[in-house]
Design a protein around this ligand. Sequence first.
Ligand code: HT7
Ligand code: ZN
Length: 850
Amino acid sequence: FQPRFLSDYQSPAFTIKKVDLTFDLYDNDTLVTAIMQVSRIDKSSKQLRLDGEHLTLVSVAIDGQLLAADQYQLDDSSLTLSIEQDDFTLEIETKIDPENNTALEGLYKSGGAFCTQCEAEGFRRITYFLDRPDVLAEYTTTVIADENVYPYLLANGNKIAESSVENGRHSVTWHDPFPKPSYLFALVAGDFDLLSDTYKTASGRQVALEIFVDKGNIEKAHHAMASLKKSMAWDEQTYNLEYDLDIYMIVAVDFFNMGAMENKGLNVFNSKFVLADNATATDTDFFNVEAVIAHEYFHNWTGNRVTCRDWFQLSLKEGLTVFRDQSFSADMHSKAVCRIQNVRLLRRMQFPEDASPMAHPIRPEKVVEMNNFYTMTVYEKGAEVIRMLHRIVGDDGFKKGMALYFERHDGHAVTCDDFVDAMADASQVDLSQFKVWYEQAGTPTVKVEKQFDQAKNELTLHVSQHHPDLPVNKTTKDLLIPIAIELITQAGSQSHLLTLSQAQQTFTFKHLENEPVVALFTDFSAPVKVEFEQTDQALNTIITDAKDEFSRWDACQSLFMREIFALINAPSKAVSATLLATVSSILNSEGDNALKAEMLTLPSFDEIAELCDSVEPQAICRAVETLKQTIAGELASEFKQVFTSNQQTTYSKDAKSIANRALKNVCLNYMARSEQYASMVSKQYYEADNMTDGIAAFSTAVIANLPDLSAISEHFANKWKDTTLVMDKWYSVMAQQQQDTFTKLQALLDSESFTLHNPNRARSLIGAFAMNNPQHFHCESGQGYRFLADRVIELNAINPQVAARLITPLIQFGRFDQATQQKMKREISRIASIDKLARDLKEKVSAALS
Ligand code: HT7
Ligand code: ZN
């Protein structure tokens, strides 16, 4: 498996301007006919090399002349032709086997329907093609299939023809007028329920909106439809961006490797991000459906109209689109809570990735398997980089930059540099140093020392930046880091934006009333770690007095972290009384309950481990458990009181009710650890009239290993046995069991409804175990690592993309002690030694073992 390098990029020697595709759909023997208008760009190039994998070639013809087998070269990944003409018609017929396509890339079957997934390099599993994002073609697609079994035949663009053909089959033709790269191609054939609506754009055009779901699920599609309309309106209001085709279709499928896919005019979604109703979806599910619908819709401009020159530029579309969906969610909901959740995700998932053997810059420079680079770094850190740009050039500058970006690049495949240049030119800010964020991996640390001159009432901050020494970075350069701060004095608070551009810099603030408490990186203004000595008292001042709600939450997390580290070092020490007082005062404070819920939630295992160098994982688990038990015990009646006062008699999805539920369920989690109130958990479970409360009680019962657990779990499974997405939740919760864990995990693997072939199901059990059950994943016997490795080996043969995602917690061993690292590496070596190891896994295990 050869790596590809960004530095080797060459523009294509040939391009394909138009493609006419016909799919004669059969489960095992689909015939694909591709008629392409090809042009030579580089006149010195005589060989046309087309990508193709897992294909059976039927015929090749140039300008109507069939080629004999000795007139082309064929191997496992390409078809090469010698070409005389500059412009010619190339016709290729291939056969494919959608039913046995368990990798879910290219054309495959999900349940009873045919669907496609072409990003990143799946189109080459459909036909031989220039499967690269800088070849933009105009597509016409004809789909032919049995009319009864597949009444809906869909593809990108607008429908231009339909007819009945022989043998009970029918044919539908679609045309997409917007030239696009092959990764945005889509086809769906199936029998669905259809939810239809319309949207009138700002300029008055009528757009048909269609959501296709499995039969019987239409009532679960209304929230997705409302989300789509909100997204369309938001993009018009915020960036003046209108939808461009006459129809926007979304199809929900159960078998899908990721969340959703932004194919032009025909999004294909994991049903998890479409279907939601009060009985089956949690508040978080409703939020996520809205966010993913928005994300895919926003790609229509940031990704589709302006696309990536090459896959190294993936963050051009993904970082920017995540930033756009985060901004949208923040406008629809609580800004502070959204920001806290973005940061939690970044610290829990991206920071560890950025310190792992697979660390890479947001614009990677070396790739073996592109599917391995749909990462937290490219997406989430990529969004943080865009957010910093936004902060540096300001909201107006950013909007002007976006407008200039579309003016310059609409209809083209471009680079991250092109985007930053548009921002720099529109706002007249020099962003050359800022571009270092695109080329450097690793989470920077910013160290700050504070000096206060009492006589002059002058504050000085000595600030320095430090970069981890990672093999992936040849050298390290200083970054341009925006540092938003708040200075809290008796007279109130003042906000400043500092720009750190050098290795060390000093910032001075004069005329202060008294020595201020300093809140650094308010609103998490840069994706860095911070070293700054602060007293508990200063952190408490930030919690009570900072204007920035993110900083109030962050200060609270710092207090928890401090206590957890103290408990790791001295397990039998008493939990600090000041911390208990802080928790109590948050519990009893006025204000936003959603924010309070976030403030009362302890840091996760991964956030803690992230700050460790060489720690035994069990020591983290023990420290967290001690802290949780102590808080729960000491403040039991306060939790009960807040729990009771936030109980609701009727279920509603307004922001206040969602916030109340969040707070109440955090309280319940603590109450499960106090003898007096643990029974409230099963009471809530059986009385719940919504999934948020039901699943909160169920998972609390599992994590606290309550006596009613088996009755609750049986009741839940019985009630929801026919609802796939809810059963995924059941598997996720069951993966967190604390007693006889491995026997129970085996029983879950053996259960009738478990299959590794469905990525949601695989992730719900195996992913949830490795990510959310640290006590047992990291158990001293190494059984947790073995369990994961065994599943990864099984998945290698079924779906390498999913296997390679699930291996992540096993390769992030660097923060643990040597003994733990050895156990983890032993399992990685076992994976490395199997026959036919897929490229996806090979890249990751090689990096981990090098
Ligand atoms: N752009 C989409 C990425 C995606 C994907 C990538 C590889 C393999 C399968 C995939 N499914 C979707 C999703 C997005 O970021 O919007
Ligand atoms: Zn995306």
